[in-house]
Design a protein around this ligand. Structure first.
Ligand SMILES: Nc1ncnc2c1ncn2[C@@H]1O[C@H](COP(=O)(O)OP(=O)(O)OP(=O)(O)O)[C@@H](O)[C@H]1O
Ligand SMILES: O=P(O)(O)OC[C@H]1O[C@H](OP(=O)(O)OP(=O)(O)O)[C@H](O)[C@@H]1O
Ligand SMILES: [Mg+2]
Length: 280
């Protein structure tokens, strides 16, 4: 049975379970449950703190896990990133009171508060800097105001928490994070490839829509230039002489622009439908 770690709490927990549900797996119905067996798919899910997930996967006790890229880096565990799951996006950044430190070059010798000491120490080592890392569990934005640090390194999503604490970001992000599927380097559990394919199907279904329209046959080349699809668009004859029906997958973010352009070209009966899932 394939054994998979899923965040039990926090930002990544609910979207991770939803993605697995969308991929056809059974998920816990009670948020207090820590294990859920999906007999039909021969998979067992273990709900764990996202920070601990790399440890279980790295040791080989669990086959795969969903965690954040920043948490994987922080753990220092040599687990491999298998798939970017495109949710839980955030940057990991330096921040300090406005005007106090103006460049990331100035962090040497300073006191840095963070809940991600592994990420910070990796950066310091790579840049041959020495600094005093103050490890905190959360609410790190308070650390400067309370005098335990000169700057912080923390997860920034909207930036609202930083603004409220009177802090501004400093330099480029240390890393860009999102939820990822991790596995042990070199492991090849039989069921893992199927799970990865299912999650890839969900990712494609979320980022593409199916577009169908009718267009005059002499405009087909221009129309399919706007909707090339992934492999190639499907073109079928219409009962109406000189017209064809076209079907193609289109990136969801582009669909309104593409529909406008098709309409201006002369296409009609332009219909968009969601894709529930797919295997490409
Ligand atoms: N707004 C956000 N706040 C915190 N973490 C976020 C945010 N957006 C994405 N993440 C990602 O979620 C992961 C952290 O999840 P974790 O459960 O450890 O903390 P949390 O969501 O802040 O919950 P809690 O603070 O209650 O433990 C990291 O990979 C982080 O990059
Ligand atoms: O950029 P924003 O959208 O404001 O989000 C980022 C903030 O949210 C998280 O804090 P959380 O509420 O999880 O509290 P914590 O510090 O105790 O983890 C994170 O640690 C940042 O503080
Ligand atoms: Mg938090």
């Amino acid at each position: 049975m394939l054994r998979i770690a899923v965040p039990n709490k926090g930002t990544l927990s609910q979207p991770a379970s939803q993605m697995l549900r969308d991929a056809g797996y059974r998920q816990r119905t009670d948020l207090k449950d820590l294990i859920c067996r999906d007999e039909a798919n021969n998979v067992e899910f273990f709900y764990l703190r996202p920070r601990d997930i790399a440890t279980y996967v790295g040791s080989g006790d669990l086959d795969l896990g969903i965690t954040g890229r920043d948490l994987l880096v922080d753990s220092g565990v040599p687990a491999a990133e298998v798939l970017d799951l495109s949710f839980g996006g955030a940057t990991f950044r330096w921040a300090a009171p406005a005007g106090s430190i103006t460049s990331a070059d100035e962090i040497g010798g300073k006191r840095i508060a963070t809940a991600y000491p592994g990420v910070v120490e990796r950066y310091l080592a790579e840049h041959e800097l020495k600094a005093d890392v103050v490890r905190l569990d959360g609410a790190v934005e308070n650390a400067v105001r309370l005098g335990v640090a000169d700057l912080i390194a923390d997860v920034v999503e909207t930036g609202a928490t930083l603004r409220q604490a009177g802090l501004v970001t400093l330099g480029e992000p240390l890393l860009r994070s999102s939820a990822i599927l991790i596995g042990r380097a070199g492991s090849d559990h039989a069921g893992a490839a199927q799970l990865v394919r299912r999650l890839q199907g969900v990712l494609v279904a979320r980022s593409y829509v199916m577009l169908a329209y009718d267009v005059r046959a002499d405009l087909l080349d221009q129309a399919t230039g706007l909707t090339p699809g992934i492999e190639s668009p499907t073109v079928s004859p219409l009962h109406r002489e000189g017209w064809v029906a076209v079907q193609a997958m289109v990136p969801r973010k582009d669909v309104h622009r593409v529909m406008d352009e098709l309409y201006e070209l002369g296409a009609r009966a332009i219909l968009v439908t969601d894709i529930a899932n797919c295997r490409l």
